[in-house]
Design a protein around this ligand. Structure first.
Ligand code: C2E
Ligand code: MG
Ligand code: MG
Length: 433
């Protein structure tokens, strides 16, 4: 939440925000040998030193950069450095932290040394949203660890995409499925009127053994090039269906899970069989599954694709067009495709409240979609302002950080289990009058 605020403020003031991902080297060993009580004590002292590094007296007074420390769990900490002008300011802080750890810690009668591995990602170059920045800081932290620990690394795009790594990514991906390294995160889709969670978008992530958590932007394109996307897509469909059925069996309110398709899956000609198999294996009724396609996928394969989509639609699946507004956005073709939902791309939503054109386009898309008897979902809803506008325009469903980020299945189940939350109570910080 703080990070999101800092990013929003940074965008306004054209200032940078840095995220540090810090993991202690060898903490597990200390914890195991000295016991958990002393381990906890060490974490408290580490937190104290991190805070002290952030508020060192040589830090320029306001309005210079501001920093905050958080513990993410275990021996992982993050530092948020906001309102920076130069990335150097982050490096200076990293150095200060390392100096602070050069001194031993006293735990009872023991003197121990523990060092940090620090990964740093800086907005806007390394990402402009919280999830991306954290992921990239995490990747950089892994790099710092690989270099032997007790150091810092700035994230660089090349960490994920050098030719060499790309090569290994490609062969790693072949084994990722067997090794069960892929995971799905689920992001709530909320009914604009009732505030109830009515769906979840399944978003794939890859827990890479050395690179950390990879986002789809970092490997889907590779999977598309080498054809592995078909196996990845099968896995996503089977997992999402099984998960949705498991939630239903657990007595949670039934929702629709939507899965993103890639063009290659549609071209393959086996999509209907794959979907049918996933439904049968899980016992999920087709009406609880949705598929998202992009405009370009539909344009590419007018004829072959349509038959498959028609078959799926006839089975009772819900089909939506993802990222609507970024492609051809042709009204006439909508009539040729058996879709029932348009998903407005988040680039329009982002500037809804500041760019009049985007507000006009969004209203027009909603009105047009309704005239064609299509439902409208808006993605990337981040602020109350976005929500208020979309609600006033009759947008049916919303998805975005305001309503909930993509999370693991357990966390999502907790959200589902809450008595009809309503859009407002998702924000506990607000007045509860
Ligand atoms: P998408 O289908 O448009 O998914 C929405 C993306 O927007 C997700 O990114 C989500 O985390 C992000 N997002 C959601 N709410 C907000 C918000 O309020 N603000 C901002 N800034 N972003 C928000 P993610 O998970 O990185 O996915 C990126 C893209 O990767 C997806 O875009 C989709 O095209 C593709 N993808 C994800 N999972 C799969 C999959 O299983 N198969 C295929 N073929 N593609 C996938
Ligand atoms: Mg999508
Ligand atoms: Mg989208």
């Amino acid at each position: 939440d703080r990070l999101a605020h800092a990013l929003a403020a940074g965008q306004r003031d054209r200032r940078r925000v840095a995220v540090f991902f810090i993991d202690l080297d060898g903490f597990g060993r200390i914890n195991d040998s000295l016991g958990h009580d002393l381990g906890d004590e060490l974490l408290r002292q580490v937190a104290g030193r991190l805070r002290a590094s952030c508020h060192a007296s040589d830090e320029p007074p306001l309005p210079g950069p501001r920093s905050e420390v958080a513990r993410m769990g275990g021996d992982e900490f993050t530092v948020l450095l906001s309102a920076m002008t130069e990335a150097d300011e982050a490096v200076a802080l990293a150095r200060r932290i390392l100096t602070m750890f050069a001194r031993h810690f006293t735990l009872g009668s023991h003197e121990v040394f523990v060092t940090p591995s620090i990964g740093i990602a800086v907005s806007p170059d390394d990402g402009d949203d919280a999830e991306t920045l954290l992921t990239h800081a995490d990747t950089a932290m892994y790099e710092a660890k690989t270099q032997g620990g007790n150091g810092y690394q700035l994230y660089s795009r090349s960490m994920n995409t050098t030719a060499l790594q790309r090569l290994t990514l490609e062969s790693d991906l072949r084994r990722a499925l067997e090794r069960e390294e892929l995971v799905l995160h689920y992001q709530p889709i909320v009914d604009t009127t009732s505030g109830a969670i009515v769906g979840a978008e399944a978003l794939v992530r890859w827990r890479h053994p050395t690179l950390g958590l990879l986002m789809p932007g970092e490997f889907i394109a590779i999977a598309e090039e080498n054809g592995l996307i078909v196996s990845v897509g099968d896995w996503v469909l089977r997992t999402a269906c099984a998960q949705n059925r498991a939630w239903q069996r657990a007595g949670l309110p039934p929702i629709r899970v939507v899965v993103n398709l890639s063009g290659r899956q549609l071209r393959q000609g086996t999509l209907t069989d794959t979907v049918q198999a996933a439904l049968e294996a899980s016992g999920l009724e087709p009406r609880w599954l949705g598929l998202e396609l992009t405009e370009s996928m539909l344009m590419e394969r007018q004829h072959e694709g349509v038959a498959a989509l028609q078959a799926l639609r006839a089975m009772g699946l819900r089909l939506s067009i993802d990222d609507f507004g970024t492609g051809y956005s042709s009204l006439s073709y909508l009539k040729h495709f058996p879709v029932d939902t348009l998903k407005i791309d988040r680039c329009f939503v982002r500037d809804l409240t500041s760019v009049p054109d985007d507000a006009a386009i969004t209203s027009a898309i909603i009105a047009m979609a309704h005239a064609l008897d299509l439902k409208v979902v808006a993605e990337g809803v981040e602020t109350e302002g976005h929500l208020t506008f979309l609600r006033s325009q009759g947008c049916d469903e919303v998805q975005g950080h305001l309503l909930g980020r993509p999370v693991e299945e357990d966390r999502f189940a907790e959200w589902l289990a809450r008595p009809r939350p309503g859009l407002r109570s998702r924000r506990p910080a607000e007045r509860s009058a």
